[in-house]
Design a protein around this ligand. Structure first.
Ligand code: GMT
Length: 375
């Protein structure tokens, strides 16, 4: 198969899923052409020789004094048309409905060729896609895609409810590279962040409001008042200054490190003891799965698609949204009980390997691709 992938290149979950799925599809012997503003960041982390079967077509920005805003959708659609005509693309896989599903549908209209499969990731439906600025085109993109997948049952249900559509939506959970995301046994690496007697709590996100990074700090402040601990905050975004300010106010700034975004987060996850994900919206929670794959139990809010990833009491603890006391209590209970922590860590890894391994998830996508091509 010859597949075009349209996705966000920035450090967000949908770009990660697009990149990792593309790599797996290429490893399975197909040709995968990424169409994006930049090389998606998980791909840029890889040496060139690990990218066999992967091609990149950059979407250029076109500035003209008459245009007050960039016309990304049109740029993307035109680049895709070129790629379809030059390389005989069988299907275009749009990750995130806005604007990629719309760009792909336009390219399909222009060329009269190729099929469009759209994967819904979360905020493209539950937040941005619903905004009056985008809701009509989001519904159109969902209904006019040749096939639609969602990363969780929760998101498929939400899409049907919020957009009142009866479009069939296939649920295909996200996967994790369990070879890459695994325990890091190097004590010297761990020692960069914490003393041997300190527990490491970690959070990774794009620091948007939905991630509730202030709750992360609140939970940590409660934990750190009871036992020696460090908090590692990975990523960057609009809420970061407020999280820093709160850490200062709560007196935990000395035990909190804001590390920013960097490639290879698995090395830090692999030396951590607990992952915190108190989000208000999360259609899946890929970072929680990556933590689980590194044998790190997750304390998270019991919302959205998180319960499809983290099993409460088995691979982590799910608590009501915003209940930082309950989250801190659960974290403390777990960190104080070494045997339970060890059991949960092992169960987290086991679930990641058994349920979310690429060998389970990839065939679902390949099957969806084949069905479309045969239709
Ligand atoms: O919100 C983010 O963190 C980024 C966003 C994206 O699309 O880039 O993430 C969404 O897609 C991820 C991959 O499928 C999911 O793991 C995240 O749960 C989802 N985020 C939300 O629903 C808020």
């Amino acid at each position: 198969m010859n597949i075009a992938v349209l996705c966000h290149a920035s450090a967000g979950g949908s770009g990660v899923v697009a990149a990792e799925l593309g790599l797996e599809v290429a490893r399975a012997g197909h040709e995968v052409r990424f169409i994006a503003a930049q090389l998606p960041f998980r791909l840029s982390e890889l040496p060139l020789d690990c990218r066999n079967g992967i091609y990149f077509h950059q979407v250029g920005a076109y500035a003209y004094p008459l245009f007050e805003q960039p016309l990304a959708l049109l740029n993307e659609a035109n680049t895709l048309v070129d790629v379809i005509l030059e390389h005989g693309i069988d299907l275009a896989h749009a990750h995130y409905a806005i604007p990629y599903a719309s760009s792909a549908i336009l390219a399909r209209e222009i060329t009269g060729r190729t099929r469009v499969i759209t994967t819904l990731h979360g905020t493209d439906v539950t937040l941005v896609g619903l905004d009056p600025a985008f809701r009509h085109s989001t519904r159109h993109a969902i209904e006019r895609s040749d096939a639609v997948t969602a990363v969780s049952h929760f998101l498929a249900e939400q899409t049907r409810d919020l957009f009142g559509t009866d479009k069939p939506i296939e649920v295909i959970h996200n996967m994790v590279d369990v070879e890459r995301f695994r325990r890091n046994p190097d004590p010297a690496y761990r020692a960069r962040f914490a003393q041997p007697d300190e527990r490491i709590l970690v959070h990774i996100s794009n620091f948007r409001a939905v991630k509730r990074t202030q709750d992360v700090v609140e939970v940590f402040a409660r934990v750190a008042s009871e036992l020696p601990a460090r908090l590692l905050m990975i990523g960057d975004g609009p809420e970061r200054p407020r999280a820093v300010e709160l850490a200062q106010k709560r007196g935990v700034i000395g035990r909190t490190q804001f590390l920013g975004s960097f490639p290879g987060v698995e090395s830090v996850l692999g030396v951590s003891d607990l992952f915190l994900l108190p989000s208000s919206k999360e259609s899946f929670g890929l970072v929680a799965l990556e933590a689980m794959s590194c044998e790190v139990p997750v304390v998270a809010s019991n919302i959205g698609g998180i319960p499809e990833v983290v099993i409460d009491g088995q691979t982590g603890c799910l608590l009501p949204l915003g209940d930082v006391d309950a989250m801190a209590h659960a974290a403390l209970e777990l960190l104080r009980d070494e045997a339970r922590h060890r059991r949960m860590s092992a169960a987290a890894r086991q679930r990641a390997v058994e349920v979310f391994h690429p060998r389970r998830i990839l065939p679902r996508y390949l099957e969806a691709y084949r069905r479309l091509l045969e239709a």
